[in-house]
Design a protein around this ligand. Structure first.
Ligand code: FAD
Length: 374
């Protein structure tokens, strides 16, 4: 979880400097991780000032980005403020899930404010749409708040994320390491993974594939990538993004007590319940985004859907393909179609560094040490 790709233990060392006693494999509360990131950002801001640059934080939603092609700049609207920008980095995280016609409250990490939490606690039962990590987060928060009624979680397959467990690390299979041996179809990729998991613990296989996943992904033709998203993504996610063992134990206890019930199947409008928490996770179809900023960039052809229809199209330098190419960079969930691994910190930090280096190359090459490759 360290912030820098070439210093993965940076977070662990920071914890030690802060006198925390976590071990390298422990799961640390998100609040502490937030303190860590905040401290790095503050340090970067201070370094920038020393170099004659300014990082200014602006609070508010960017609701418009009008592209002036002739003079190559954007006019951003943030509340009452108008900002002129020659470059944009889109790091805006996930888009809300597509409308499915059910009255639902979207779940945010950490829950809602006290008033809504109070309303939740009075519900005789709570239905959740989704059975992934956000649902796990919702169940734990409800339990911490003292909710003791039934929680019914619905999804197409009814799978919870698998539990993490320590395993010996193994080398990645040859077919993952050598681009010439990369599988070229979704079915072949799955076959290769299943075969590898017959000869080694599946968690070790998934972990060994991690550094090669982007290359494997980019070897698949867009049509096959679309197949993975349509048919394999859910299975991939529950094996790849696992629950910490202690979290898995709590969720298991909620299932054993009968409080948490998993339901498999498609939810239709007639299943409307008094309360449905939307934990379906992000929507990656940019053409259905209701974010004014993204809608406007799309309308101006400044961003384009990826060839497989998921997220936006980018170059190897993470520039957004489109009319403002070279002026917009993107990272994170928005580029999942082209890059696949865009959720966990190890992937995001690599993308962030790649963007920082590209920006430094475009400008004077002078970037703070905290952002530069070490
Ligand atoms: C419940 C939960 C648990 C997780 N646990 C882990 C974990 O243990 N380990 C791990 O590696 N990952 C974990 N993740 C995933 C990880 O947190 C996310 O993938 C990561 O935070 C994404 O970072 P990001 O900066 O790309 O996007 P975000 O963190 O979503 O940040 C996007 C930012 O952009 C801003 N923004 C968006 N649009 C606009 C706009 N128009 N104007 C102004 N601002 C805008 C938002 O306000 C936000 O500040 C978890 C995610 C969830 C939901």
């Amino acid at each position: 979880m360290g912030a820098f790709p070439d210093e993965p233990e940076h977070f662990y060392h920071w914890l030690q400097t802060q006198k925390y006693t976590y071990r390298p494999d422990d799961f640390v509360p998100r609040r502490i991780y937030g303190d860590y990131l905040e401290q790095i950002l503050t340090q970067t801001e201070q370094e920038s000032v020393a170099r004659g640059h300014t990082i200014k934080r602006v609070s508010g939603s960017v609701t418009a980005a009008a592209w002036n092609a002739r003079d190559a700049y954007f006019t951003l609207s943030v509340g009452e403020e108008t900002i002129r920008a020659s470059l944009l980095v889109l790091a805006c995280g996930t888009q809300s899930a597509a409308e499915i016609g059910i009255q639902s409250w979207r779940w945010f990490s950490g829950g809602y404010g006290p008033e809504t939490n109070y309303a939740l606690l009075k519900q005789p039962e709570i239905h959740i749409l989704g059975t992934g990590l956000t649902t796990v987060d919702a169940c734990l928060t409800l339990s911490t708040l003292g909710y003791s009624g039934p929680i019914i979680a619905h999804s197409h397959h009814g799978w919870l994320p698998a539990a993490h467990a320590a395993t010996e690390s193994i080398p990645a299979p040859d077919w993952a390491q050598a681009p010439a041996l990369h599988p070229r179809s979704a079915a072949a990729l799955m076959l290769h993974i299943r075969r590898a998991a017959k000869n080694a613990p599946w968690r070790a296989v998934m972990d060994a594939l991690r550094p090669h996943t982007t290359a494997l992904w980019q070897s698949l033709p867009p049509k096959e990538q679309a197949r993975v998203f349509a048919h394999v993504f859910a299975a991939w996610n529950i094996h790849r993004h696992r629950m910490a063992p202690q979290i898995a134990a709590k969720i298991q206890a909620m299932q054993n007590s009968g409080q948490l019930i998993l339901r498999r199947g498609r939810i239709e409008r007639e299943h409307v319940t008094p309360l449905m928490l939307d934990c379906t996770g992000p929507s990656y179809d940019i053409t259905r985004s209701r974010q004014p900023l993204l809608m406007q960039l799309l309308a101006q052809d400044c961003i384009r859907p990826a060839k497989n229809g998921v997220g936006i199209a980018t170059t190897s330098k993470l520039e957004a393909e489109g009319a403002a190419k070279g002026r917009i960079y993107a990272l994170g969930a928005l580029i999942v179609g082209d890059w696949f691994e865009c959720t966990a910190v190890p992937s995001l930090r690599e993308q962030a560094q790649r963007v920082a280096q590209a920006l430094a190359a475009v400008h004077d090459g002078d970037i703070p040490a905290t952002l530069a490759a070490k």
